[in-house]
Design a protein around this ligand. Structure first.
Ligand SMILES: CN1CCN(Cc2ccc(Cn3ccc4ccc(-c5n[nH]c(N)c5C#N)cc43)cc2)CC1
Length: 237
């Protein structure tokens, strides 16, 4: 997979080389490019924003630098998906992460200020699959944090990135349930014991316990994830 990021804060992505993403790049599974939007301005002050038509607080990102920046990245040959983080976007989910992890080329456009001129989304959509995506119902100051979060969720699902693919199967949200509680040694710690079943060696009993623990945690913490006909859904206490 290749991904490109357009941002006015390219240094924000210097940490990508740490940990999983860095290993994936060194292993050749993933490559990326970080592009400074200001490199596509042509005035002395490298201006990327201007006042909003119709008035209102704040500034809006100008379309011209975005058009030029994306001209240099979008190549029909690899059929990229362009993702703009936005509070007005579709919610980013594990399912969308899985869908995007199958793509050959992702392009992320990080807005700032009060957002990007609408025509950038409209024009980009004439040349590539384009999606506005939100990582949650709270307000950030720009798209960079959202892109880092999405990249971590997406790239870990790219085949060959995570050493043991088994570890991707029983995860929160992967099977529509929250993950079961995990334990390791010691068997007793500050008066708290590991559930006996997990030390029983009885794989079926362990699997049954884990499924029920996932369902109980989901019923308690995220009943919205359960199908409507799930019996015994108790309201979160
Ligand atoms: C007239 N007013 C009407 C209200 N809007 C609302 C508004 C619009 C942008 C911003 C700041 N910002 C700029 C680019 C950008 C990208 C993503 C996100 C983002 N926030 N939360 C998420 N889950 C995000 C994600 N993913 C925020 C961003 C703040 C507030 C402003 C204009």
């Amino acid at each position: 997979m290749r991904f490109d990021v357009v941002t006015i804060f390219p240094e924000f992505f210097d940490t990508l080389d740490i940990s999983l993403l860095g290993r994936a790049r060194r292993g050749g599974t993933v490559s990326w490019g970080i592009h400074d939007l200001r490199d596509h301005t042509h005035d002395r002050h490298r201006t990327v924003d201007d006042t909003p038509y119709g008035g209102g607080a704040g500034m809006v990102m100008r379309p011209e630098p975005w058009g030029e920046a994306l001209d240099g990245i979008l190549d029909d040959a690899d059929d990229p998906v362009v993702i703009f983080p936005s509070p007005a976007g579709e919610v980013f989910t594990q399912s969308l992460a899985r869908e995007l992890s199958q793509e050959k080329h992702l392009v992320f456009g990080c807005g700032r200020y009060e957002g990007i001129d609408q025509r950038v989304f409209e024009h980009t959509a004439t040349r590539a699959r384009t999606r506005l995506v939100s990582i949650g119902d709270y307000v950030l100051n720009g798209g960079e944090v959202a892109v880092v979060a999405m990249l971590e969720a997406i790239v870990r699902l790219v085949p060959g990135v995570v050493g043991n693919p088994e570890s991707l199967v029983e995860e929160s949200h992967e099977a529509g349930l929250l993950e079961y509680p995990s334990y390791t040694k010691p068997p007793a710690w500050r008066g708290l014991d590991v559930p006996d079943v997990l030390r029983s060696g009885n794989h079926k009993a362990i699997a049954d316990w884990r499924l029920e623990a996932s369902r109980e945690r989901t019923r308690r913490v995220r009943p919205d994830l359960l199908p409507p006909d799930d019996e015994g859904v108790s309201p979160a206490r």
